[in-house]
Design a binder for this molecule. Structure first.
Ligand code: CA
Ligand code: CA
Length: 199
């Protein structure tokens, strides 16, 4: 009787080990099955920040002919499953540009929150003009207020204010970043006006 029980334990252990090996891990690049039946996992980069950089070829940066040089960023959202789930809650703008001497839309806080959501103290400038520079933005879930970790399949939706007239279409580059400094980044693309970029 004791012999049969031990045999059963061995069979069950083997079945469990086989199950472990067959499991599918999303977002995991390297699984190592060790002798004590624990799993060591090496995960991919975790992106929580997005960098938006002015396109140096924007005409307004060479002419400096208006008060809002470069791309004009109103807001940035994370789209998941076809719906916006969050907006910018933190922005780092220590690399905002200074290509042109005049920029009347230089307040980074204008990028936070919903699109076209005016700052009560500055209702006319609902956006930030990049002036040849770049910003990094971080997101909060609009329902829970918690930090958003950007997932594969998510879209980064940029709301840039399109200018009217010749030379007023302005472009920007979008990258995913692990942190605000963007030491590790993934390029998603170049766009203008309101545009979405898929991870
Ligand atoms: Ca502009
Ligand atoms: Ca805004």
């Amino acid at each position: 009787m004791k012999k049969i029980s031990m045999g059963l334990v061995v069979v069950l252990s083997f079945a469990f080990a086989a199950c472990e090996l067959d499991k599918t891990d999303e977002g995991v690049t390297d699984d190592t099955i060790t002798g004590d039946n624990t799993t060591t996992e090496t995960v991919e980069a975790v992106y929580k920040w997005v960098r938006i950089s002015d396109d140096p070829d924007n005409e307004s940066l060479s002419t400096c002919g208006n008060n809002n040089p470069g791309a004009d960023i109103d807001a940035v959202a994370i789209v998941r499953g076809g719906s916006i789930i969050g907006w910018v809650d933190q922005i780092v703008a220590d690399k905002l540009g200074s290509t042109c001497g005049t920029n009347t839309a230089a307040n980074p806080n204008e990028v936070k929150g919903n699109e076209l959501d005016p700052d009560a103290s500055d209702a006319e400038n609902m956006f930030l003009s990049l002036n040849g520079g770049e910003i990094s933005v971080h997101f909060a879930d609009m329902t829970t207020g918690t930090e958003i970790v950007i997932q594969k399949g998510d879209q980064i939706k940029v709301f840039e204010i399109p200018g009217t007239g010749s030379g007023q279409t302005e472009y920007y580059d979008v990258d995913l970043c692990e942190d605000a400094g963007c030491a590790t980044s993934l390029a998603l693309g170049n766009g203008s006006g309101e545009a979405q970029f898929t991870y």
